[in-house]
Design a protein around this ligand. Sequence first.
Ligand code: GLY
Ligand code: MN
Ligand code: MN
Length: 449
Amino acid sequence: MSTTSALSAADLYADHLATLSDRTRTALERAGLDHLVIPSGTLHYQVFDDRDYPYAVNPQFKAWVPLTRNPGSWLVVTPGAKPKLIYLQPRDYWHVVPEAPSGYWVAHFDIVVIRKPEDAQQHLPKNAARCAILGEPQSALGQYGAYRPNNPQAVIDHLDYHRAFKTPYEIAMLREATRIAVGAHQAAERAFRAGASEFGIHLAYCQAAGQDANELPYNNIVALNTHAAVLHYTELGRLAPDPVHSFLIDAGASHAGYAADITRSYAHDTGSEFQAMIDAVDRAQRATCAQVRSGFDYKQLHLDAHLALSGVLRDFGVLRVSPEEALETGVSAAFFPHGIGHGIGLQVHDVAGFAASETGGTIAKPDGHPYLRLTRTLAPGMVVTIEPGVYFVDMLLEDLKAAGKGDAVDWDRVEAFRPYGGIRIEDNVVCTDDAPINLTRDAWDASAK
Ligand code: GLY
Ligand code: MN
Ligand code: MN
């Protein structure tokens, strides 16, 4: 991180903590409890083995502190008091242990360093029954698991609902995650143009991001040719296909616990009809990004994207029916079989996508659209992905024929596009009081300067 952004992170962080503290005060009042207690989480071991899985920090913990590699630590938040961080720094000569806490955030906490995980208990509030403890069961401490996470629903509902509204500090962290991911995407395209395999492209991506697979916010999707028709293709083939037609990469980056989630699609032959289809999806994607406006229903944005993508498929001769008919009959869903996007932040698929209110309730998905992950109305501070795609998935096309809807499709045109697999274009977009901020395109533009 540059000095300037480090300074601005420091400035923004105090306000971020004040916002979290306000949310916590209300959440605890709702639950009739006195303390919010959050374990960072523990290592998990493989069955019949002494190898641990990659550590994944409790997202409720990293919402407060930019620590993602500190199992066995705890946070205690008591309204009116300075928050306390119980920081595990084990005496261990087998592993590299966390360094002493440092950085812009430490002055905001009373920090107690402990050497053994069980020593955390003496620093927790004396009465566990007065605590909302948010975490995994395995974090339990104390006799008979007195400090076992109880995850009170009223507390989680309140905190998760509001987590959709990012603070300026969080937007700055998302911007930095995006900057890293965009540089890595550019390296990946160069590797693709140079003839690398999926595995080689993945390594070029990680090298440019400076992040190993376990540090990335999700497994890289690096798909050549028909592999792009597998929505979450993560196989990483060791040999490049011959000939190469297309490349789809869905890959992110992490920064201070926040995630970027970006997809780009490329034609090997930039003069091809497939390139023209990518360009058309790109125009539709930009138009959808422009709809990320306060008060707009994200469900409607998803349905509008179906119409726009069906329009593209019709223009390219793949569909024989109108966009409206394609949407109504479910034909469009065979080509665009996932949601238009989701909230993003501490988790790549952020929490509370269906939350009706801060006190609970669910906003249903539209009928026939089971994979939509966000049904809320957009409001300032929300950060969402916009990721329309069109794919040529044999299984779904067979289902379409079997359902007697084959006449809606020109199958010769499907055959022409099948070798390319599919197209997805994904940006991360901030809803504001005014025009949306496209973090991804901003980072791409800045990298060109
Ligand atoms: N990278 C997973 C997704 O786009 O949702
Ligand atoms: Mn996504
Ligand atoms: Mn993605």
